[in-house]
Design a protein around this ligand. Structure first.
Ligand SMILES: Cc1cc2nc3c(=O)[nH]c(=O)nc-3n(C[C@H](O)[C@H](O)[C@H](O)COP(=O)(O)O)c2cc1C
Length: 302
């Protein structure tokens, strides 16, 4: 028997695998493929106080080893999540991480307040949102703004607070340290990398907004590097993601320092991917004489 339990900053998970926000909705559409209660947790699509329509189409473009998206945090708002998705997830026995987004610092706080009396087990605060109070600048690029967002969220809840970092910065460790100092119980990384795609024949961008976020296997080496960098300088557990499609990918993230991992874009090509990763990690541990999956965390030999 392999111990698969992990503790992600106070969130106890039966195994180290969750879904990456925005790639699994709240799991209902995946119910034919995955028993969500068998995952370590389900991370829901980013939710804001009121519904957002998202960006104009086209907002998805395929690239050589991943996809570009400019969905723009489309969601029906926190009331819908409370009324429909969270009760369903609770019924399935799933651990629930709610991904929280906001146009302003106050909106993050309001979303958390609205969720305090729900079965949400933890919050993942997405600091990659544009701040309308600062001309649309991405909050997660500025350590001072990240501190403010995290402090505000920390004051709003005692539930585990996972802060999700953007890779679109020069030094991710500066942002990671600011988030931890402001009260983050865990960090999650990485969000998508900014990119663009062009159709040579029409000379037009493939996304209506021109620029979008790149995800999938293409970003795995960048994500691994950033997890490893953050692991070396912070004391809180890390939820690693970026291009994970197989158990071997997940083990690599754990060796780089991740306590848990999220399966994202892979869900679109293989709806069984998340549960396959759970079973594959357990198999890896058995084959390598690892009795406790936590032994893998930070186990990189170099
Ligand atoms: C279509 C799509 C929607 C996403 N929506 C969110 C979101 O609402 N909140 C968030 O924090 N990250 C969002 N992400 C980022 C993913 O959660 C993840 O960080 C990123 O895709 C890297 O992992 P992957 O390469 O395994 O997909 C989204 C990604 C995709 C592809």
């Amino acid at each position: 028997m392999v111990n698969m339990n992990v503790n992600l900053g106070g969130l106890f998970m039966k195994n180290p695998v969750t879904t990456a926000s925005g790639t699994f909705a709240a799991g209902m559409e995946f119910a034919d493929f995955v028993n969500v209660g068998d995952l370590g947790a389900v991370t829901t699509k980013g939710v804001s106080l009121h519904g957002w329509e998202g960006n104009d189409a086209p907002r998805i473009a395929e690239t050589a080893s991943g996809m570009l998206n400019s969905i723009g945090l489309q969601n029906p708002g926190v009331a819908h999540l409370k009324d429909v998705e969270l009760p369903w997830l609770a019924e399935q026995g799933a651990r629930i991480i709610v991904n929280v987004s906001g146009h302003s610092i106050e909106e993050y706080r309001e979303v958390i307040y609205a969720l305090e009396d729900t079965p949400a087990d933890a919050y993942e605060v997405n600091v990659s949102c544009p701040n309308v109070d600062a001309g649309g600048m991405t909050m997660g690029c500025d350590p001072a703004l990240v501190s403010k967002v995290v402090e505000t969220c920390r004051q709003a809840t005692l539930k585990p607070l996972i802060v999700k970092l953007t890779p679109n910065v020069t030094d991710i460790t500066e942002i990671a340290k600011a988030a931890v100092a402001a009260g983050a119980d865990a960090l999650s990384l990485i969000n998508t990398l900014l990119g663009m795609a062009i159709d040579a024949h029409t000379r037009r961008p493939k996304l209506a907004r021109v620029v979008g976020g790149l995800s999938g296997p293409a970003i795995k080496p960048v994500a691994l590097r950033m997890v490893w960098e953050c692991y070396k300088v912070t004391s809180v557990p890390i939820l690693g993601m970026g291009g994970i499609a197989t158990a071997e990918d997940a083990v690599e993230f754990m060796l780089a320092g991740a306590t848990a991992v999220a399966v994202g874009t892979a869900n679109f090509t293989n709806p069984h991917a998340s549960i396959h990763v759970v079973r594959g990690i357990e198999r890896y541990c058995r084959e390598h004489g690892v009795e406790d999956v936590n032994e893998l965390v930070g186990g990189l030999l170099c």
